[in-house]
Design a protein around this ligand. Structure first.
Ligand code: SF4
Ligand code: SF4
Length: 343
């Protein structure tokens, strides 16, 4: 059984067998898709903005449907969320710009402006963040230490030792990268600059609100992120069909089918036109191919043996009922009747 379905069914069982309200709301297809996007956003920092965008588009489609049904609350909420979101992002972008501009203006004086003390800073190394400690005394660098890094040790340690010597006693941080370890040493220098700004009174900083906004909207689609997203997409596509289920109504419990073929063994029909029956019908319903479902349904004798054996509780009649319900909603009465007669 796919992971999300197991999870939702687990919640249902925890509720004592009868379908509790929470299960019904969580198994809503749009919410399932939102859940997947939230997981992607939390897992892949670089893809958060893309995930949020997709989540918003999905919610907007949902809101549009509800709007047509006369319920406008969600649409107003989304419009307000968009305005607030854009406003927060604009504010965060302004704070970043303001901070960078201020730092650029005072670049040469940063050590002279810093008060005495030891400050921590972070820069980006070749293989991850570089964390440093910088001690300022009497407007000069007294001590520079790398506390944590992930770069190649022999190369990095040599570069850090050289930087220690280079920075000690200086009243500015305008130094060049170490030859042979350019990326690593540049990351350490940036970390030192990040540290020293913390000792400058009155230097603009980024507020917590902006930090959270930037965290939520990070966009660094590097190769690793893209590959991971591709793998995740395939997993979702193959094992959950969440995307199809979100886009196609009337798939009934077919979403829960795990292709085990138990129903095929139980069904007296077994094969129709070379296809496994009734599994083929369930899979067709999952994809929204109702013409194929209608054609296959003609072979069902309604004995319900498939329901008795299916581990997910799916039967051909239950799929037909879901399709009929959907067609009624679409005002396709004649087609709906065809399915209802066979339930
Ligand atoms: S209800 Fe239909 S699909 Fe299910 S076992 Fe009986 S004949 Fe086969
Ligand atoms: S028994 Fe049939 S409908 Fe049920 S999960 Fe297995 S393949 Fe799907």
């Amino acid at each position: 059984m796919n992971i999300l379905t197991s999870f939702t069914n687990g919640i249902a069982r925890a509720g004592g067998g009868a379908l509790p309200k929470f299960r019904l709301s969580f198994t809503n297809r749009w919410l399932r898709l939102a859940f997947v996007l939230a997981v992607v956003a939390l897992t892949f920092a670089g893809a958060r903005l893309v995930s949020l965008g997709l989540l918003y588009v999905g919610l907007a489609v949902w809101a549009y449907r509800r709007w047509r049904e006369g319920s406008r609350g969600l649409a107003y909420f989304l419009a307000a969320a968009l305005v607030v979101g854009v406003g927060l992002y604009g504010f965060a972008a302004f704070e970043v710009w303001n901070m960078r501009a201020w730092r650029a203006r005072h670049f040469d004086d940063m050590v002279l402006l810093a008060e005495d003390g030891t400050y921590e800073g972070e820069g980006k190394g070749r293989r991850g963040p570089i964390k440093v400690e910088l001690t300022v005394k009497s407007h000069k660098v007294e001590r520079f230490d790398v506390v944590r890094h992930y770069d190649t040790i022999p190369i990095a340690l040599g570069a850090f030792d050289e930087l220690k010597e280079l920075l000690r006693g200086r009243s500015d941080l305008d130094v060049d990268a170490v030859t042979g370890a350019t990326y690593t040493s540049y990351g350490a220098i940036n970390a030192a600059r990040d540290a020293v700004w913390k000792g400058v009174a009155g230097a603009p900083t980024i507020s917590l609100v902006s930090k959270v906004t930037l965290w939520l909207t990070s966009l660094k689609l590097q190769r690793v992120t893209l590959h991971s997203l591709a793998v995740l997409f395939i997993v979702v596509l193959l094992f959950d069909y969440t995307i199809q289920a979100a886009l196609v109504e009337g798939t009934g419990q077919s979403l829960n089918c795990m292709d085990c073929q138990t129903c095929v063994g139980a069904c007296p029909v077994k094969r129709v036109e070379g296809k496994l029956f009734p599994m083929e019908m369930v899979l067709r319903a999952r994809l929204g191919d109702y013409d194929a479902v209608a054609k296959l349904m003609e072979y069902c004798v309604g004995c319900a043996k498939c329901a008795a054996k299916c581990p997910a509780g799916i039967s051909a009649p239950s799929v037909a009922a879901a399709v009929a319900q959907y067609l009624r909603k679409q005002k396709r009465e004649e087609e709906a009747e065809f399915f209802e007669e066979r339930v």
